[in-house]
Structures are given as C-alpha cells and as structure tokens.
Design a protein. Structure first.
Length: 148
C-alpha cells in the first residue's frame, strides 16, 4: 500500500505557501483590473496568464490537500501508519544518543544509514500522518517516533 505520486499530500507549510502565492496573484490581478486601466504597468501584465495561474493554484490546493478519512479507510490508514511506525523505529538512534554525540561518536553515521534504509517507509508514513492529522504541522515529523 505504498503512497502513489497522485496520492501525495502537501504538508501544512507547503499548502500555506501555495495559498500565499494564490492570494498574491489574486491581489495583482485585482489591482491591474481595478486601478491599472490605461497605465503602462497594466499593459505590461498578462491578465490571462494571471487568471490561468489562479486556476492552477486552486487546482493544486484541491488536489494536494488532505481529504477527510472515515470508517474502514481511516482504520486501514491508522493500521498501516502504526505498522510503518514500528518498522521505522527499528534501528533508529534514540534521542539521548542523538543529543550527546560526544559520548556516541558514531551516531550521526548510524542515523544517516538508518534514514537511507528507511526513506521509502518514512515518506509513506509522513503521507499517512498528513491525512490523519491535517491541521497539525508537526504530524509528519519522524522525530515523533524517536525513543527517549
């Protein structure tokens, strides 16, 4: 049940950035339409291109925003996320190891190796977390899985 490209869910910060781009583009178009008639700046703007960009941003926000999960589909996602969390945690350096590298000099390499080995599972887990907790910007932070 790997996450397909079409099932990608943006993080809250990615969605926020896209929404800011959308609002800025809408504001530019509004200024060009309301106040720019006959001005050189208004003539230089391609209003059609601005409208296409607005449609593109709206479509991307719709496509990559988390959809509500209910019933059996939510149960499947919760079960898979839990399964992935257990798999990811295996071999993950602990918080105490990571915080005291002086006593644990090989830990950075151990963590890099672990990240590389678990990259696909981590990305899948992040997508499920974004679906399960769409309003939480830290939901897909793998540090939540790290043992103390």
């Amino acid at each position: 049940m790997a996450t397909k490209k079409k099932d990608y869910i943006m993080s809250p910060s990615e969605l926020q950035g896209l929404k800011q781009e959308l609002n800025e583009t809408k504001n530019i178009l509004k200024v060009a339409e309301d106040y720019g008639h006959g001005t050189k700046a208004s003539e230089m703007l391609d209003k059609g291109e601005l409208r296409r960009s607005i449609k593109k941003y709206d479509a991307m926000i719709e496509k990559y925003s988390p959809k509500a999960l209910r019933g059996k589909s939510k149960d499947k996602v919760v079960a898979r996320a839990k399964e992935l969390g257990t798999f990811i945690r295996d071999g993950m350096p602990t918080q105490s190891e990571m915080m005291d590298i002086g006593k644990n000099p090989g830990v950075p390499w151990k963590n890099l190796k672990w990240e590389k080995e678990k990259a696909q599972a981590i990305n899948e887990w992040k997508q499920y977390q974004r679906r399960l907790e769409p309003g939480d910007p830290t939901a897909s932070t793998v540090e939540r899985l790290r043992k103390a």
